[in-house]
Design a protein around this ligand. Structure first.
Ligand code: SF4
Ligand code: SF4
Length: 455
């Protein structure tokens, strides 16, 4: 048992800058002092591996945070850059023998920075538009999906590409535009309604967390998720009042907005009367499963947040552990022999939701498929929410190393469990891979298309 007097206390220091005061207030000092500086986390960290620099490692970032909290260092621009260079992939957490909650520390640091830093007017406007004006509003996202779908299908996209107008955008955004899937205003509810019955005897009643961007760019994956769950014996409800999970907000220092979205989701899902809340996006699921921590200081919602977090599960894990798994097979029409597949872990699914075995077990059950493990499949692909947009250089370097490993598998299909990873890997195949020979897919789409006996 801890001797209370041995628990390090946040020092009572005089800090002059408002940012230093804010960091001092928000950083969890127990977590900072839990780090014993062993360095076991360093080999797991993609930014350390790319640069070899201590300040680009989890241990280095924790030391910087502690130096600021102790009043030994000013949180200057270099400090802020180090906080922003972190992918938030949380690969350092499973590697840490002291169980340091690094993910919480980096969110606290970014939250403090966002509270105090004055962005330039265009950046401020963009952040407000995206985080407050768009993501929390389903109707606006649908309008955006419809407009993007029109741009893609009407010939405007082709015109924009041929006219050279895309060259006006930063290179990485123009590259990203090329791999965007077909957007639509019709999400999963518009396509199949809010309740979908189980096939055969019902195993459990579950709710789908449809996501915000997921339901605009990957609505078909949401539909396939519901149908796959139904085949496995789950009745699926899709509460239509649900909102964005708040993950992008939390990772970008907008913690209050993330909490506000979480509170809406709590009541919506509580009313649905379900056994599980199913996520098919590792990035969303990782925040949903931590709603209890997100709202632990909110006495009115803390209990309900615990209820919510305890029911969140990834679709692969639910199928593998509780479902009647259908028979899957690669068909003769698609291949004359076996087909090789590989898998890129979603960092948040693996490191936060602790689900890396279930997707692999499901893939290995598909007949006529040869599963080849990609070297370092557990390492981040560089997507990391909007990291590939805000830190394109580091994201690009990480992706090019990732593709060296992916190409060595000679896989026909590269599967993922998160929309951000899926887009990043599509970009990787386009830039460094065998475009036309390797296809990137969500694991749900791959499995659903290979169910042997659809009714
Ligand atoms: S979250 Fe990822 S990038 Fe950030 S310090 Fe940990 S391992 Fe490194
Ligand atoms: S592994 Fe944990 S305790 Fe060791 S340096 Fe990294 S964060 Fe600190």
């Amino acid at each position: 048992m801890n001797n209370v007097s041995s628990i390090p206390r946040k020092p009572d220091v005089q800090l002059t800058s408002p940012l230093a005061q804010r960091l001092h207030l928000k950083l969890d000092y127990d977590q900072l002092t839990n780090c014993m500086r062993c360095g076991f986390c360093l080999p797991a960290c993609p930014t350390f591996r790319e640069t070899g620099l201590e300040q680009e490692s989890p241990r280095g970032r924790i030391a910087l945070m502690k130096a600021v909290a102790d009043g030994l260092m000013s949180p200057d621009q270099a400090f802020q850059d180090q906080m922003n260079h972190c992918l938030g992939c949380r690969a350092c957490e499973p590697a840490c023998p002291a169980d340091v909650k690094y993910g919480q520390l980096i969110e606290q640091a970014r939250d403090a920075i966002e509270d105090e830093v004055k962005h330039r007017i265009p950046v401020r406007g963009l952040r407000r538009t995206v985080f407050e004006g768009l993501f929390p509003h389903r109707k606006r996202l649908k309008v955006l999906g419809g407009a993007l779908g029109f741009y893609q299908k009407s010939g405007l996209q082709k015109m924009a590409r041929h006219s050279g107008v895309m060259r006006m955008f930063p290179k990485h955004l123009a590259e990203m535009e090329k791999v965007l899937p077909e957007a639509s205003a019709n999400g999963v509810v518009e396509q199949i309604g809010t309740i979908f019955p189980a096939k055969g005897e019902t195993v459990a009643r579950v709710a789908l967390f449809r996501g915000c961007i997921m339901d605009v760019l990957f609505a078909q994956t949401n539909v396939n998720t519901v149908k796959l769950l139904s085949e496995a014996g789950f009745e699926v409800v899709i509460p239509n009042e649900q909102v964005c999970c708040g993950a992008l907000h939390a990772h970008s220092g907008e913690m209050e907005l993330a909490r506000s979205l979480a509170r809406t989701n709590l009541s919506v899902f509580k009313e649905a009367g379900i056994d599980y809340i199913v996520s098919n996006a590792g990035g969303c699921g990782a925040l949903l499963v931590e709603y209890d921590h997100l709202l632990h200081e909110d006495s009115e919602h803390a209990e309900m947040a615990k209820w919510f977090a305890s029911r969140v599960i990834d679709v692969s894990q639910l199928l593998h552990e509780h479902g009647r798994i259908p028979v899957f097979a690669e068909t003769e029409e698609r291949t004359s022999g076996t087909v090789t597949i590989t898998y890129q872990d979603s960092c948040h699914l693996r490191n936060v939701m602790k689900s890396s075995n279930a997707p692999r077990q499901l893939m290995k059950q598909v007949a006529n498929v040869n599963f080849v493990e990609m070297k370092e499949a557990d390492r981040c692909c560089g997507s990391a929410g909007i990291y590939n947009v805000t830190q394109p250089e580091m994201a690009g370097e990480i992706l090019s190393h990732k593709m060296e490993h992916a190409n060595r598998t000679e896989a026909r299909y590269l599967l993922t469990s998160n929309p951000g990873c899926l887009l990043q890997m599509k970009l990787g195949v386009e830039k460094h891979g065998a475009a036309g020979e390797m296809e990137v897919k969500h694991i749900v789409d791959f499995l659903y298309e290979r169910i042997c006996h659809h009714d």
